[in-house]
Design a protein around this ligand. Structure first.
Ligand SMILES: Cc1ncc(COP(=O)(O)O)c(C=O)c1O
Length: 446
């Protein structure tokens, strides 16, 4: 079947229907991509997506936590158009570009001391940022080993995947990834990986510290440790908020061993948790920060921020990429950050995130399938459980998400059994209430 047979062609322009688009996609696109919904997106506006028949959906995925100021914000659209008319691309290896420098300066301005006096390297995605950070840490320390976490997610390309420990499914048939990464358990207190049942971050058993200690005694000599790579809140792993002493403990281990602390803020970063970066909640400052998702305002952009003396260990030509720091992506990101500042979207994330969590807590009385509700700011997970308070299967969660789309809400999952709410940070309290209502109704019908 050809495109013309499948879609309606009028005056040379293809007019898709949701059905015809999905049919063509299935013919020509790799099956490697899992689709959480069977919705074809014709356009987006604010916190909403629309299909080709005009049906409206609350978008709780926001391009997987990227569209912080909502879809097609007029100011972001204008910034993109103006930059496209001026300079689409020239490449940082060829010369100097103003949006690249302005993005670097803006990212540094959001960082606490001493990272605010650091240096920036821009790439194309979150996983590329993570791989860049790992390369930098190895070069800067002259060491080879990395400590990463089970439940941690850092991306799918081979290097980032070597550090990912959120699911063996991502590593299936891919044994022998980048060597030199050891994984230790992430402190997921409500489902303690050490078998201590359901605890809170406040009553954490603390075994994760002993596990790291043991790893440094038995497997990784501290002198070989280049970096600890960690998400401040495990994102893909289930929006797991660790105990307060988690990052400070990792910081202390790095200080003691001379390793570098790399914080992966690809998902938590740029305001989603109510601070520009989630590590700020803990009071520590990492050596290297990996960024992605929202910093491009919806266009592909990643970045690494590091203390100047670390970044200065690199020599011209040590790293780079053709499109990294593309001017249009930088402009879209810069405009997004400007809007977030002017509209106090960090505060909004805290207020509306709380409302969303309270809404689901309250809905539990009517819908026993709602288990733990957790998160920070507009990073909210709602665990789905069976009658024994055990997580329902991942397959069932996926079915639930498909049925939610029929009720007008699109989203993804996180962890094995949680609904993941990562909407645009412009979501209002009233809209949050509506989302809770729609999801509650859909869960009752499951
Ligand atoms: C914490 C974290 N790191 C890295 C990545 C990889 O980013 P990308 O998909 O842009 O390569 C993701 C993606 O979800 C992420 O959540």
């Amino acid at each position: 079947m050809t495109l013309e047979q499948d879609a309606l062609t009028l005056n040379g322009t293809v007019h898709w229907t949701s059905e015809s688009l999905i049919a063509r996609d299935r013919e020509v696109v790799s099956p490697a991509i899992y689709r959480y919904t069977d919705v074809a997106f014709a356009r987006g506006e604010g916190v909403f997506l629309y299909d080709f028949e005009g049906k409206r959906y609350y978008d709780m995925a926001a391009g997987i936590a990227t569209m912080n100021v909502g879809h097609s914000h007029p100011r972001v659209v204008r910034a993109i158009a103006e930059q496209a008319q001026t300079l689409i691309h020239a490449a940082a290896h060829v010369g100097y570009m103003a949006p690249y420098v302005e993005m670097a300066e803006t990212l540094l301005s959001l960082m606490p001391e001493p990272l605010d006096k650091g240096k920036v390297l821009l790439v194309n995605s979150g996983s590329e940022a993570v791989e860049t950070a790992l390369k930098l840490a190895r070069v800067a320390t002259g060491r080879s080993m990395v400590l990463a976490f089970m439940d941690g997610f850092h991306g799918r390309p081979m290097g980032a995947l070597a550090a990912t420990g959120s699911s063996s499914a991502y590593r299936r048939h891919l044994a022998g990834l980048l060597t030199g990464v050891e994984h230790v358990p992430y402190p997921h207190c409500s489902r303690c990986p050490f078998g201590h049942g359901s605890r809170t971050p406040q009553t954490c058993c603390g075994q994760w510290k002993a596990f790291i200690q043991l790893t440094l005694e038995k497997l990784v000599h501290p002198d070989d440790l280049a970096a600890i790579l960690v998400e401040p809140i495990a994102g893909e792993g289930g929006y797991i908020v660790p105990p307060d002493d988690f990052l400070p403990t990792l910081r202390a281990i790095c200080d003691r061993t001379g390793a570098l602390l790399i914080v992966d803020e690809v998902q938590t970063g740029l305001g989603r948790t109510g601070r520009w970066f989630a590590f700020e909640h803990s009071g520590i400052v990492p050596d290297i920060v990996a960024l992605g998702k929202a910093i491009g305002g919806g266009l592909p952009l990643g970045g690494v921020v590091a203390r100047a003396e670390i970044m200065n260990r690199w020599w011209p030509g040590a790293h780079g990429s053709t499109f990294g720091g593309n001017p249009i992506a930088c402009r879209a990101g810069l405009e997004t950050i400007a809007i977030m500042r002017e509209e106090n979207l960090l505060e909004n994330a805290v207020r509306v995130g709380r409302r969303l969590m309270q809404g689901f807590e309250a809905a539990r009385a009517e819908v026993p399938m709602i288990g733990e509700v957790r998160g920070k700011g507009l990073m909210v997970a709602v665990d789905l459980v069976d009658e024994h308070n055990q997580p329902i299967s991942t397959e069932r969660v996926k079915q639930v998400i498909k049925s939610l789309a029929k009720h007008g809400v699109v989203m993804t999952k996180c962890g094995p059994s949680a609904l993941r709410f990562a909407p645009a940070l412009i979501l209002t309290e009233q809209q949050a209430d509506e989302v809770v209502g729609l999801v509650t109704e859909a869960l009752k019908a499951v």
